[in-house]
Design a protein around this ligand. Structure first.
Ligand SMILES: C[S@@+](CC[C@H](N)C(=O)[O-])C[C@H]1O[C@@H](n2cnc3c(N)ncnc32)[C@H](O)[C@@H]1O
Length: 212
């Protein structure tokens, strides 16, 4: 189903792009990209045979979408795509997929990432690898608010969609509640509650509380 999360990823892709949709699963993002005209071509990759078969079936009839079976960006050549979308995976896996194919990543002009967790690590990875966050958005689907990051090499400064999003306050409150639950758990252990992680978490909660 094309939900707000997939639409938000699609909205960051520049019109006419050659796109890699890594871990395409059902292929909904790939289909949305060509139907909307955002993509001239999509290479939709899948590592696992079950989703690959579903993907191949769903995209039949869409000539601009090519399904490839394999791991991450290994099955794409440098320069084949200018936009790389990786959505619905954990931050560590996204980072590994990017690290494993430096030539393909370097040849791209946009990375559009929607991590399910580990967003901080993704931000750090982007900064360490000379990518600048050009824009960010929030999207709600089935009651969950997702973060979507669009990174480019030399983006023009602009106001982030996320800052104007009607979901911003709700997202901050949900994140505050989640961090508070982790802190409460850590408080039960003397070693955890005297750790650096505990202090960092407390500082993040204090900062978030000021924004909510
Ligand atoms: C949770 S689904 C997300 C699907 C879709 N991208 C979305 O956002 O709705 C993750 C998909 O990534 C695939 N996957 C996991 N690791 C992968 C890898 N290294 N390379 C390609 N696909 C991978 C899984 O088989 C699964 O279909």
């Amino acid at each position: 189903m094309i939900d707000n999360r997939i639409k938000a990823v699609k909205n960051f892709v520049r019109a006419g792009s050659f796109v890699a949709d890594v871990g395409a699963d059902h292929g909904y993002l790939a289909i949305e990209l060509v139907q909307s005209g955002r993509a001239s071509k999509v290479i939709a990759t899948e590592k696992n045979i079950g989703p690959f078969e579903a993907l191949s079936k769903n995209i039949s009839g869409f000539n601009q979408i090519e399904a490839r079976l394999g791991d991450g960006l290994h099955i794409i050549s440098a320069g084949e795509v200018d936009s790389i979308c990786i959505a619905g995976m954990g931050g560590a896996l996204i980072q590994k997929i990017l690290d494993d194919a430096p030539e393909v990543v370097q040849a791209a002009r946009q990375l559009i990432l929607q991590p399910m967790n580990g967003v901080k690590k993704i931000r750090t990875w982007l900064a360490e690898n000379n990518w600048v966050i050009a824009d960010e958005d929030l999207a709600e689907a089935s009651g969950i608010i997702y973060e979507i990051i669009c990174a480019e090499k030399n983006p023009a400064p602009k106001t982030f969609k996320r800052d104007a999003s009607p979901l911003k306050q709700k997202f901050l409150r949900q994140r505050l509640e989640k961090l508070q639950r982790v802190l409460d758990e850590m408080s039960k252990s003397p070693s955890a509650s005297s750790s650096e992680k505990f202090s960092a978490l407390q500082a993040e909660i204090d900062a978030l509380s000021r924004l909510c």
